[in-house]
Write a protein that binds this ligand. Structure first.
Ligand SMILES: [Zn+2]
Length: 321
């Protein structure tokens, strides 16, 4: 049996594969060079803080400073250079070098804070330009890593940032530690009628429906994780899989790896939610989903998420707001 290639969203199993189209991934974008070879340069951050063209993004994961819902507050280095905190070199483009500053004493930020001021990357990510989305995602990822990993896992000594913020060293035993990324799989489950499984998790707001997802376990491959999660959460066996793409989800350190998955044998099995993590799960036709979203019966995940991208990839275009 053949299956549609990524991008042939409205196709069903059995049709001819079309040219894959990259998924539009809100947090998987960038337009600057990460300039990794420069990170090891001694005193790089101090050097850049003396340059008029350097811009600084203040970050307190998952929040960044913004001037508007779709624009980062990228401040000249002279305005913030004396603030206490930890610095990260994000990279450069033709005009600027970019640093992130995680203040030593981040302010209390109210949930749902609106621009100008602080905005959560979850809310702002899809609104930013490619360049600013890349800067903000890297800044939040580094800030979140550093917040949760301040001591050496071998001996417990406090570590110091090295490589312009991209690693941390234990000065007692000399070990070096890097930002951690935890892979998670996220997948559509499509039945023999090309309906999409949408679940409701106990952890979500009322009426939220989305695709299934879960962390990859130790010693497990991505495809194994997809099949295990779907079986555990809704009791369905997934057969063919198609890889779609991946985007960072630095809340605090995930990489979301997306697949389309098809129910074995083109069947339309009855989902059996596990009742613990997943409370409801149903197959939707495209008409079902359009109606449910329009009536407010179903609320889809936020536009920054790869879940929303996956759902709309199956749907064949934007759905809802
Ligand atoms: Zn140590």
């Amino acid at each position: 049996m053949t299956h549609p290639a990524p991008g042939s969203a409205a196709s069903s199993p059995g049709t001819t594969a079309t040219t894959p189209t990259p998924l539009p991934l809100p947090l998987g974008r960038s337009a600057i060079s990460r300039d990794a070879e420069r990170r090891a340069q001694e005193g790089l951050v101090a050097t850049l803080l003396d340059e008029a063209s350097t811009r600084v993004l203040v970050v307190a994961a998952p929040h960044v400073r913004v001037t508007a819902p779709d624009a980062l507050d990228l401040r000249p280095a002279a305005e913030v250079r004396d603030e206490p905190g930890e610095w990260f070199y994000l990279g450069r483009d033709a005009e600027h070098s970019y640093l992130a500053l995680a203040p030593a004493s981040p302010p209390e930020i109210e949930r749902g804070a609106t621009p100008p001021g602080w905005a959560s990357l979850r809310d702002a990510g899809h609104l930013l330009s490619d360049g600013e989305a890349g800067l903000a995602t890297a800044a939040v990822a580094l800030s979140a890593w550093r917040r949760g990993h301040r001591h050496c896992p071998r001996c417990g000594t406090a570590t110091v940032l090295t490589e312009s913020g991209w690693s941390a060293r234990c000065e007692r035993d000399g070990s070096t530690h890097y930002p951690r990324t935890d892979p998670a799989v996220i997948m559509t489950v499509r039945d023999g009628q090309d309906r999409l499984l949408l679940a409701h998790s106990a952890a979500w707001p009322e009426r939220r429906r989305s695709v299934l997802a879960g962390f990859v376990e130790a010693g497990e491959g991505l495809e194994q994780a997809v099949r295990r999660e779907v079986a555990e959460e809704v009791g369905i066996e997934v057969d063919a899989l198609a890889y779609l793409g991946a985007q960072p989800w630095p809340f605090p350190g995930s990489l979301m790896v997306a697949f389309h998955g098809w129910v074995a044998d083109g069947a339309s099995p009855q989902p059996r939610p596990d009742g613990v993590e997943i409370l409801r799960a149903d197959f939707f036709t495209r008409d079902d989903l359009a109606r449910a979203v329009a009536s407010g019966e179903v609320v889809l995940p936020m536009r920054t998420s790869i879940a929303r991208v996956l759902i709309e990839s199956w749907f064949g275009g934007p759905v809802g707001d």
